[in-house]
Design a protein around this ligand. Structure first.
Ligand code: MIC
Ligand code: SF4
Length: 641
């Protein structure tokens, strides 16, 4: 029987298990990436493993999230990361070099390889034919140490593209259409493989926009075949030597097939506060907009920037709109600076930001109260922009620039003659902002500023857990709800005692102090609990606050793995209707946990206030159970060593 592309790459990397849907497998990881917001913790964990040098083919540490440096914290983290990279054999992409996913695609991605990154948008690498997966920092630390990555064998969905994109319609509209069809939880437990005639009209950066935002489907990753377009991109980056053709067998089979006719697509937009609340731009055209932001790892490629610059050339943005633009990499910024496009942006009134995540993660440029902001980014979760009362929409750079010019939401077709930007035959190549590791690691001193606090260590799981239900939340709770980011909180990523004070702050400001006062407790959630980012702080900080289990209707993949890694039990209802039976402040108890887990039997929550019982189950591999019983992956790995 023919194989699909995913089966081929997974098989070539299989270390343990069998490729049967739902069964746990372990795969070899060729490359890793970290960014600074998750990296400090990942490298502290790598240190704790006691391995002298990374064992991957390539590991890169990027600085792109925390670059505001409004205090000493970010700058201290940068020094720590630079010194630890030099010591342990990791390439270091300096602040200013660009957003990890874009730089990795441009300079390091290789078709057919596996990439594990401590950032949920690592699947951007799928645009170049890699299996690129987002994970918690601890999983990435283990992979850097040569350990395999464990995952449940996903289903493979073929998104079959036909036709070609109409003028003014772009890659963002393709992924928004897939989000409209599948929803933010439609991809959980699945990998999305793109195929069909339509892939031929998409360049690597366009494909990367699509695989990047596949993270918003909850999918494990997304991938495109490696073909002539991949070769052309690698050639233009001076890296054609790493190209190889890769695709599914002609008789490959899939668990599900979704068809999208590119010719029929028009400009789409995701409404607040979820990337799947997608409508046609023309349905809401005319709505007044206060801010437009163009950039992020989703839409800041050379062609995106040139399209925006061409649309702005010789014009002025609307007087009531603030337009901010952040090119994705130094390569792109330097190219548009040299060819004059940057001057066209500046002249039109755009505010130019560093080549970093910036407003995407609330690092500056928070919009006004009750305003409308439209962004070429990938997430519009409540409060993520830094302004809780703002309404954030997501759309293509084409829609964004048209809106910035008109002051109201605008279908870019209204701008008239379409803009066509060719992919350059040669990109500007200058890797001097990527520092190779030291050839004399012994001599490297690791620099630790006062914001770098030691890792909190968890205790093994007790047999009886008793305490209070501290919080009950609804469906689709994101990691931005659990562990908010933004300019005030992100600098605390290497300081768990401090950052823990902000857990669930957007939902309930009393959560963290109550958890501390009561010595911990429990959380109940709805469907798709923990969707969004890979930040392990959404598990690590609750662990620090003493949270021992989270009971939800279902979990998002990365967050569930992070809960396990930090020894928090991810429980699910045997009967979803029991969600109604539990209320905040209920006093709860579970007994005989260890033996029941080992026997794979359901657990019973006794509600001591209401004198009721709730049966709860779990979907945990034997390894995951052992990790939780040990009190987390670090304890478990040490025990194994
Ligand atoms: C995000 O887009 O939410 C982030 C910030 O890049 C996160 C990582 C983090 O929280 O540091 C992600 O997507 O994993
Ligand atoms: Fe950075 Fe935003 Fe991309 Fe996350 S989604 S890596 S914050 S640009």
């Amino acid at each position: 029987m023919g194989k699909n592309l995913i089966q081929k790459i997974l098989e070539a990397h299989l270390v343990k298990g069998e490729l049967k849907t739902g069964e746990e497998i372990a795969i070899k990881i060729d490359q890793t990436l970290t960014q600074d917001a998750t990296g400090t913790m990942a490298y502290l964990q790598f240190e704790a493993l006691g391995i002298p040098r990374v064992k991957t083919e390539l590991s890169v540490s990027y600085i792109d999230h925390n670059t505001l440096q409004s205090g000493f914290e970010n700058a201290d983290d940068h020094q720590f990361l630079q010194s630890i990279a030099a010591k342990y054999g990791i390439y270091f992409s300096r602040p200013g070099n660009g957003i990890c996913h874009q730089v990795h695609l441009e300079r390091f991605g290789i078709p057919g390889k596996t990439l594990l990154g401590s950032d949920s948008h690592t699947p951007t690498g799928g645009g170049i034919g890699m299996i690129a997966i987002g994970a918690g920092g601890l999983d990435v630390a283990v992979a850097m140490g040569g350990g395999p990555f464990y995952l449940a064998t996903p289903k493979v969905v073929l998104v079959k593209l036909s036709g070609s994109l109409q003028p003014w319609v772009s890659a963002k509209d393709v992924i928004l259409e897939v989000l409209r069809i599948m929803s933010v939880k439609g991809g959980v437990g699945k990998i999305i493989e793109y195929g069909g005639e339509g892939v031929k009209c998409l360049t690597v950066p366009q494909r990367a926009t699509i695989t990047n935002m596949g993270a918003e489907l909850g999918a494990t990753t997304s991938i495109f075949p490696s073909d002539e377009n991949t070769l052309a991109f690698l050639k233009s980056q001076g890296r054609e030597n790493v190209w190889k053709p890769l695709g599914p067998d002609p008789d490959a089979t899939y668990d599900e097939v979704i068809e999208v006719d590119l010719s029929k697509l028009e400009s789409l937009i995701a409404q607040p506060h979820s990337p799947d609340k997608v409508v046609k731009v023309k349905e809401i055209a005319g709505t007044k907009v206060n801010q437009v932001a163009i950039g992020s790892c989703t839409n800041s490629s050379y062609v995106d920037m040139m399209t925006v610059a061409n649309a702005l050339k010789g014009k002025q943005i609307h007087p009531e709109v603030s337009l901010v633009i952040s090119p994705g990499s130094r390569q792109v910024l330097e190219m548009i600076a040299r060819n004059g496009a940057l001057a066209d942006m500046i002249s039109a009134g755009a505010r130019i930001l560093e080549t970093t995540c910036g407003p995407c993660i609330g690092m500056g440029q928070a919009p006004p109260s009750n305003s409308i902001s439209i962004r070429s980014f990938n997430r519009n979760f409540l409060g993520r922009s830094g302004t809780k009362s703002a309404s954030v929409y997501l759309a293509s750079p084409e829609v964004c620039v048209a809106t910035a010019l008109m002051g109201v939401m605008t279908d870019p077709r209204d701008l008239g003659k379409p803009i066509s930007v060719e992919m350059p035959e040669k990109f500007h190549i200058d890797d001097r902002m990527v520092l190779p590791p030291s050839s004399d690691p012994e001599s490297v001193e690791i620099i630790r500023g006062p914001n770098i606090k030691p890792l909190p260590i968890n205790r093994p799981l007790p047999d009886t857990l008793e305490g209070e239900l501290l919080l009950k939340v609804e469906d689709n709770i994101t990691t931005d709800h659990i562990m908010p980011a933004g300019a005030k909180i992100l600098p605390l990523r290497s300081n768990i005692p401090e950052i823990s004070k902000h857990v669930f702050e957007v939902v309930d400001e009393t959560f963290a102090p109550r958890a501390l006062e009561k010595g911990g407790g429990f959380i109940v959630g709805g469907e798709n609990y923990g969707q969004g980012s890979s930040r392990e702080h959404a598990a690590l900080a609750p662990m620090y606050l003493g949270i021992k289990w989270v009971l939800a209707k279902s979990f998002a993949r990365i967050h569930k793995a992070n809960l396990i890694n930090f020894g928090i039990l991810p429980l699910t209802f045997e009967n979803s209707a029991d969600y109604e039976k539990l209320s905040p402040n209920d006093h709860l108890r579970i007994k005989n946990i260890i033996s029941l887990l080992k026997e794979n039997k359901p657990l019973v929550i006794e509600n001591l206030n209401k004198n009721e019982k709730t049966i709860v189950t779990y979907d945990l591999s034997e390894r995951a159970k052992e990790i939780i019983i040990a009190g987390g992956l670090l304890n478990y790995t040490r025990e194994q060593q």
